[in-house]
Ligand binder design. Sequence first.
Ligand code: ATP
Ligand code: MG
Length: 133
Amino acid sequence: MQSETRVAVSSAADIVTARQKGRALAMELGFDGSDLTLIATAISEVARNIVDHATEGVVRLAPTNHGSKHGIQIVAEDKGPGISDVTLAMQYGYSTRKGLGVGLPGAKWLMDEFDIDTRVGEGTKITMKKWLR
Ligand SMILES: Nc1ncnc2c1ncn2[C@@H]1O[C@H](COP(=O)(O)OP(=O)(O)OP(=O)(O)O)[C@@H](O)[C@H]1O
Ligand SMILES: [Mg+2]
C-alpha cells in the first residue's frame, strides 16, 4: 500500500502542489475523468482555506478502504483560529473575509464524506473521502 503524502501549505504555490499531488494519487488509485477534477478542486478549496484563514497547515493524502470500498482520503489540518460556528461556515455564501463563501460547502458537495473537527483558538481538521465507483 502506498504511504501517505504530506504537503506543507502556506502559499499559493503549495496549494497547486497539494492539488497536483492529490490528482496524481487519485489517478494511481484508479479514479479517472471528471472525478480527478472534483478531487483536485476539493483539495484546492481546503488548502486555500488554510492559507486564507489559518496562514499555514498541512494537507495529507492517502489511500483509504472501508469494507470493499476503496478510495482517497484527504486531511487538511491547521493550528489556526478554528471555526466558531461550523453550521454557518458550511452555508453557501457565508464568508468572514469577503470571499464567495463556497469553499467548504463546495468541497463537501464534491466529495463522498466530509468531516470538520475544529476548536476555536486551537485549529481545524477537515477529513474528506471519495470512493471509487
Ligand atoms: N481552516 C480554517 N480555519 C479557520 N476558519 C476557516 C477555515 N476554513 C474555513 N474557515 C471559515 O469558514 C468560512 C467559510 O469558508 P469557505 O471556504 O466556504 O468560504 P471563504 O473561504 O470565506 O470564501 P471562498 O472559499 O468562497 O473564497 C470562512 O470565511 C472562515 O471564516
Ligand atoms: Mg474558502
